[in-house]
Design a protein around this ligand. Sequence first.
Ligand SMILES: *Cc1c(COP(=O)(O)O)cnc(C)c1O
Length: 369
Amino acid sequence: MERINVTRPSLPPIEEYIEEIQGIWENCWLTNNGPKHQQLVTELTTALGAKEISLFSNGHQALEAVFSFFPVGSEVITTPFTFASTTLAIIRCGLIPVFCDIESDFYTLDPECIEKLITEKTVAIAPVHVYGNLCDWRRIAEIAAKYNLKVIYDAAHAFGVVDLGNNAGSLGDLSMFSFHATKVFHTIEGGCLTYNDPTLSKKLAAWRQFGMYDGEQSEIVGTNAKLTEFAAAMGLCNLRHFANQVNLRRSAVFRYRERLLSQPGLILCNEQQGVTPNYAYMPVRIKPEQFGCDRNAIVDFLMRQDIFVRKYFYPLTSDFPICRGNFSIQETPIAREISNQILCLPLYADLTMAEVDRVCDAILETAVN
Ligand SMILES: *Cc1c(COP(=O)(O)O)cnc(C)c1O
């Protein structure tokens, strides 16, 4: 039987990509804010409902750009239930991650836990739209306004997610989207920031170009984090297929739900009221007492059947060696429990219903109840 991976990048028809990059041989403009880059900015501004947008070589660099603008030693309230990047970006910029617990329906930052973590050193809240589930952004905005904090969303999972007309790209002070190959929309590697304050544009452009505003000298300690024309061209192609990709993913997710919803001990994520989802991931939480076997045993069993799932996110980033012992870390019991029970099942546009069934059969085989 064929191996089933947890994800698989989507690619446009090769002819479409060749057509898209043809112009690069004519103008010989390979990187540095070329025409493909500019066109992608225009198209993504619409797609993400953003006022302003800046592109980067990857999502992580985009996050670092933002965090690098705060004074060293400032505190950022964030979630430990995320990919390494969120926490790393904070630490690499000399800031202190303050870990806040999550809520158990959508695995996003629990607004009720934020206020007691705020100190005079707090400058920002950095929540994550985990699996494309939107954070409680209204409540977070209220808290941020009350304490004069910035809100920086890690929206790496939330491309195309819209809450009653509020696109993920319009929330908070800034949002970071990742265009990594495994994301629902990708540019091979790439990422962006969406934001409302137009005065940030020049600074972000300088940051990704060696800190240079005018091309002669570094005025801020930036880096090199530009998106190439080839990456932008991939994005222009993939944008045309995005809606279709989401539809295909949706079929797979609905099949998973149909097969797994009634199994005791398995908890699937509900859709959020009024939110248009992007079906980026297929998380399932396993409660070992009811299911009869724990998450790790399921992973091992599936692996023996050539089915590769992902413990995403495990461990908590607050348990990483870069954090333990280096920061005073608050216990986050909900995040810990979910991290021990969560599993992301294979999900991508080309996944067939037969493959979904094979994954479900294997999971249900491990159930005792
Ligand atoms: C993918 C991802 C990132 C990093 O994005 P890159 O484009 O790979 O640098 C950050 N945060 C989360 C939650 C992600 O899933």
